[in-house]
Ligand binder design. Structure first.
Ligand SMILES: [Zn+2]
Length: 433
């Protein structure tokens, strides 16, 4: 069925300034064309949906989430719940987070760490139309060192041989991407976020094996030396990518710019609840959040925390925007807060922040041929917002389309999605992506 969305304001995901009064034609799961409304020829039988008082953007792509995490007030509690949960409980949490993603306008997620490959099953359930959710790309449990960051997710590997085996195991479990903890992290007691976890040769073996099996590699990096090693090993994306370390060079953003200028490696900036709160865009601001946020700031000074990101953007190096949803204070419904936080932290325009969370994020995931922008032939993943209250504010989500079907209507989940009524297919013949 053909539908035309009459769009008052359209951000197409490219980073260009918004355009007014456009007609977006949808045909099945894709965008057929985008033309000025005055030039649109509407034939009989075509349904017109009037968004002339609304703002339309591509569906958001959250390039870094944890569907089995429960967004607690601190890392210890989050980890404890995670470790004590049964597989069924993890599954229920993940499915709930899938629904919340849609309600937050996120139509694609990349899950970078679960337990027991629960997210593989979740992805398949959503792909089959049995449960509502965004398009899902999964890594399964992250590969880490013994006692390393997220070791309790149970995918530890310490030698080159073990690392190759771990990659092969994950691929056998049908993951879409490989996640490696290249540095320590904050959520794991005893882990050191200011030190690398693997040597370059070890990361190289991991990347080679993953690429041989046609999987991209996402590397968790919270300090400069792990970033240096991950780039040398040719990982595809640097997660968090916090450029800070023990020497002056480790803290000078120009060195990161120089490393990335001629590299294929991309960067994912995660603006989680803690950053949103520091930047003044967290909706549920409390004393606990504020004090945790200050403690989490590497420098105690916000302009310095994001100096490396600003340097990359100034040098036209792509940075994808993600939320790390599932970690403390970071619910799946509030992705728009990460977009707003990027505007504040990086001093960029709304159209640039939207592009980081759509077109650039799609590039980071290797799916920019099909999603991330609103143009002819692209998958019809779209968000509709009520008009914004201020320059950086996107406004409230009204409707969300995924693959051409409206799955959120007036801020409520519609499932099966509108276009899919009567076509629910629960055959088990075909496994997910
Ligand atoms: Zn994460």
């Amino acid at each position: 069925m053909r539908r035309v969305l009459k769009c008052g304001t359209l951000y197409d995901g490219s980073g260009d300034a918004p355009r007014q009064d456009l007609a977006v034609f949808l045909l099945g799961e894709v965008v057929e064309k985008v033309v000025p409304w005055r030039d649109a020829k509407i034939n009989d039988g075509v349904l017109v949906v009037d968004y002339s008082n609304q703002v339309v953007t591509p569906g958001f792509i959250d390039a870094h989430v944890h569907l089995v995490f429960t967004c607690q007030e601190n890392h210890d509690l989050g980890r404890e719940i995670l470790e004590k949960s049964s597989r069924e409980e993890l599954m229920a949490v993940a499915l709930r987070n899938c629904a919340d993603s849609l309600l937050g306008g996120v139509t694609t997620v990349r899950d970078l760490g679960d337990i027991g490959y629960v997210t593989v099953t979740v992805r398949n359930l959503v792909n089959k139309g049995i449960m509502p959710g965004p398009s899902i790309f999964v890594a399964g449990p992250p590969i880490t060192t013994t006692a390393g960051h997220l070791h309790f997710c149970k995918n530890t590997a310490d030698t080159v041989e073990e690392i190759r085996k771990a990659v092969r195991n994950s691929c056998e479990q049908d993951v879409d991407v490989i996640k490696v903890m290249a540095s320590g992290g904050n959520m794991t007691r005893g882990s050191n976020p200011m030190m690398p976890q693997y040597e370059v040769e070890e990361l190289r073996a991991l990347v080679n094996e993953a690429h041989r099996l046609k999987r991209r590699v996402a590397a968790h990096t919270l300090e400069s030396e792990s970033i240096r090693r991950a780039i040398a090993a040719k990982v595809d994306t640097l997660e968090h990518c916090t450029w800070r370390g023990l020497t002056p060079e480790d803290n000078d953003p120009q060195h990161l710019v120089d490393l990335l200028k001629d590299s294929e490696t991309m960067v994912t900036l995660t603006l989680a609840g803690i950053h949103r709160s520091l930047l003044g865009v967290h909706s549920g601001l409390s004393e606990i959040i504020i004090s945790s946020s200050m403690a989490a700031s590497p420098t105690g000074k916000l302009n310095q925390d994001f100096a490396w990101t600003k340097a990359l953007i100034k040098n036209k190096i792509d940075v994808a925007l993600a939320s790390d949803a599932g970690v403390r204070f970071t619910s799946f419904r509030d992705f728009n807060e990460s977009v707003e936080a990027a505007i504040v932290a990086l001093d960029i325009k709304l159209e640039q922040a939207i592009s980081m969370a759509t077109q650039v994020a799609a590039k980071a995931l290797g799916i920019s041929e099909t999603v991330g922008t609103i143009q002819t032939g692209m998958q019809a993943d779209l968000n509709v917002f009520e008009k914004p209250g201020s320059g950086r504010n996107l406004g409230k989500i009204k409707d969300v389309y995924r693959k051409g079907s409206r799955i959120v209507a007036d801020a409520n989940l519609v499932f099966p999605a509108e276009e899919a009524f009567g076509t629910l297919n629960i055959s088990t013949g075909q496994e997910g992506s």
